[in-house]
Design a protein around this ligand. Structure first.
Ligand code: SAM
Ligand code: SF4
Length: 355
């Protein structure tokens, strides 16, 4: 997976066609399939201190700093999205904790009339002081990524100098500082960590958190995804059930990404399964994504994106920016095509889209 220079190609983006007049008039972010947008994933950087095998190659090229959104640009976009119906914001990346203006961003987003402000992080850099400060500034909860409990494997998967103990310490910090409910994400890849599924599920019980198992998706910068590496949700649940009896809880809401399970013996914690590939859940999708370089993506797997940064830097008014957001949202595809033979992997890897 190494040895090649991987670039993040600049996508040619054309403005979207105008949405119907009623949509432009109502100023609510809805798409042509009747879905309402409630969730914004805001990627604050495409950089990261890890190089996870399923995400980012060691020699990945980052965007130029001048092409990344500034703090006021991010806040402007988030505010307009909230005005038009967004209720939840997730800060992500790349690794958001290395974004230099994170405190100011959290404070500004927390000021918006939203129900939830969360952040996804690899947890390698978290300190108690930071967690306390972010909680005070208005961050509600943290999600961590951890794919293995074994030191050597952690090094092999993340290609970092961190380790599982450090991430688990960060999880306890988040829990103790009230950045709850804490969730852990684990991407399962055959031949990498599929023999640790039940051990990772055990973390949910030990720490009283939700562990979410994510199917490996074709969004890696190496473009090395193949179905033989994918461990389907059904197999993940079977592996957990061989150790723990589970009670299905369904989805928290129709637009939720995870189907959830409780432990039958009443132990704390929960299991979530995000089966983006084998049990597609696009029908109720309520998400929009804004990349660190200011491109609007209406689907994680889109090959099309809409430039917001250029128009903002050319002086677009708020009224016109609202219309651009509405028009682009209207084009949100019904669902992804991962399972179609015509599937075309987006030019951007997950790290540059914002997971
Ligand atoms: N750096 C932070 C982290 O790792 O938590 C936040 C950004 S990361 C892109 C967000 C989530 O995407 C992580 O939980 C990561 O495991 C997941 N992810 C990255 N590449 C993936 C892939 N190819 N398939 C499935 N999940 C992926
Ligand atoms: Fe970095 Fe997160 Fe991608 Fe891993 S998954 S390389 S931690 S952005």
């Amino acid at each position: 997976m190494t040895g090649v220079t991987h670039t993040l190609p600049i996508l040619m983006t054309e403005p979207p066609p105008p949405a119907p007049g009623t949509v432009r008039h109502d100023l609510r972010l809805i798409d042509s399939h009747g879905r309402t947008i409630r969730d914004l994933r805001l990627s604050v950087t495409d950089r990261c201190n890890f190089r996870c095998v399923y995400c980012m190659e060691p020699d990945v090229r980052f965007k130029r700093k001048m092409d990344l959104l500034t703090l006021p640009e991010m806040v402007r976009l988030a505010s307009l999205c909230v005005e038009m119906g967004v209720r939840k914001i997730r800060i992500t990346g790349g690794e958001p904790t290395i974004y230099p203006h994170l405190d100011e961003l959290i404070a500004a987003l927390a000021d918006l009339p939203i129900e939830d402000l969360a952040m996804t992080t690899n947890g390698s850099l978290l300190t108690s002081e930071q967690a306390r400060a972010w909680r005070r500034l208005g961050l509600r909860r943290l999600t961590f990524s951890i794919d293995t409990l074994r030191d050597e494997r952690f090094t092999a998967i993340t290609r970092s100098t961190s380790n599982p103990t450090r991430v688990l310490d960060a999880v306890r910090i988040a829990r103790d500082e009230g950045l709850t409910p804490v969730r852990l994400n684990a991407v399962i890849m055959r031949g990498f960590n599929d023999d640790e599924i039940a051990d990772l599920a055990g973390l949910a019980r030990d720490l009283g958190v939700e562990v979410r198992f994510i199917e490996y998706m074709p969004l890696d910068s190496a473009r090395a995804w193949d179905r033989s590496r994918l461990v389907p949700a059904r197999e993940i649940v079977d592996a957990i059930r061989r150790r723990f009896e589970l009670v299905p809880l369904g989805r928290e809401s129709p637009n939720a990404t995870a189907t959830r399970y409780a432990f039958a013996d009443g132990a704390p914690g929960a299991i979530g399964i995000i089966a983006s590939v084998t049990q597609v859940f696009c029908d109720h999708c309520s998400r929009l994504r804004i990349t660190a370089d200011g491109q609007l993506r209406t689907c994680l797997f889109s090959t099309r994106e809409f430039d917001l940064r250029g128009p903002m830097r050319r002086g677009i008014t708020d009224d016109d920016l609202r219309l651009l957001l509405l028009d682009a949202t209207w084009t949100k595809p019904r669902g992804h095509e991962i399972n179609s033979p015509d599937y075309e992997q987006p030019a951007r890897p997950m790290s540059s889209i914002g997971g």
